[in-house]
Write a protein that binds this ligand. Structure first.
Ligand SMILES: O=C[C@H](O)[C@H](O)[C@H](O)COP(=O)(O)O
Length: 276
């Protein structure tokens, strides 16, 4: 198998949270995007640009035979601007690898996703991939969902069904969320609710600690509600989650329960070399 590291050029160093995101993203790309991988899913959020950056750095030669599937408008832009070949799930129904960010990840690799309202397409590309990898900074590495990400589970809902869903979430004898609200556009944006890439609304619902201990149960009960398009709980999907740490190391959590601490720099940031 050809090595890719000789094509990789180091950009300017980054520190803090951004540095941690980049470490996680680069480690995931170095370990999981190999020359034989031709159909690749690109997730959404602020960590994923570093994924694309590292893939682009693998060079034109290896990327010319690959196609990249986006999970939304943002990743589509990243793919196009990176000079990579854009494709869609209706052309390629089976992917080699999908790499995506997460809002929070528990020790069993259950994830809350959808902080950027992309969970539907993200889940489709995660499910269709042979390998689904999560990348995040250390703040997302959590012992229990709902402790680091407090704004709730993002639920994409058909606009027609949002009011009854909100009512059911807030009713103790129905879905019994602790709180739930329709996600609104931030001030200065469009007045009114956030509208997803699929034309739907998002409700963020907070659940109790005991419920977060069984995220799959929350997922199943929400998915049975008519009008719910997708729930931002990814259970039993990721093979590995990489968390960039403040000290320049990366923690890898595997679906098997194994944890690996990947040491600083040399392995992760290969020496400057020639780009194609
Ligand atoms: O809808 C958005 C996605 O699920 C993101 O992957 C998630 O919000 C994590 O984003 P970030 O990398 O910005 O923390």
């Amino acid at each position: 198998m050809a090595s890719l590291s000789s094509n990789i050029v180091d950009p300017a160093p980054l520190s803090g949270i951004e540095g941690a995101k980049r470490l996680a993203a680069w480690t995931a790309v170095d370990r999981h995007i190999k020359p034989e991988h031709k159909i690749i899913g690109i997730g959404s959020g602020s960590t994923v640009p570093y994924v694309v950056e590292r893939i682009v750095a693998q060079g034109k030669e290896v990327n010319k035979d690959r196609v990249f599937l986006p999970t939304g408008f943002q990743s589509k832009e990243l793919i196009v601007k990176g000079g990579l070949t854009l494709a869609d799930i209706d052309q390629y129904t089976e992917l080699d690898v999908t790499i995506d960010g997460a809002d929070e990840v528990d020790p069993e690799l259950n994830c809350i996703k959808g902080g950027g309202a992309c969970q539907l397409r993200e889940k489709v590309l995660a499910e269709a991939a042979e390998t689904f990898i999560v990348v995040a900074d250390y703040r997302k590495n959590s012992h229990l969902l709902g402790t680091a990400w407090k704004q709730g589970v993002p639920i994409e809902v058909s606009p027609f069904a949002y009011a009854p869903l909100l009512n059911a979430l807030l009713s103790p004898n129905k879905l019994g969320a602790k709180s739930a609200k329709l996600r609104m556009s931030p001030s200065g944006g469009k007045a009114g609710p956030v509208v997803t890439d699929n034309g739907n609304f998002v409700i963020d619902a907070v659940f109790s600690e005991s419920e977060y201990k069984n995220p799959k149960e929350i997922l199943v009960k929400l998915k049975l509600v008519t009008g719910v398009v997708e729930v931002g709980l990814f259970c039993g999907m990721a093979k590995v989650a990489y968390f960039g740490n403040e000290d320049g190391s990366v923690t890898a959590l595997f679906a098997s329960g194994r944890t690996e601490l990947i040491g600083k720099s040399e392995e992760i940031l290969p020496a400057k070399a020639q780009e194609n």
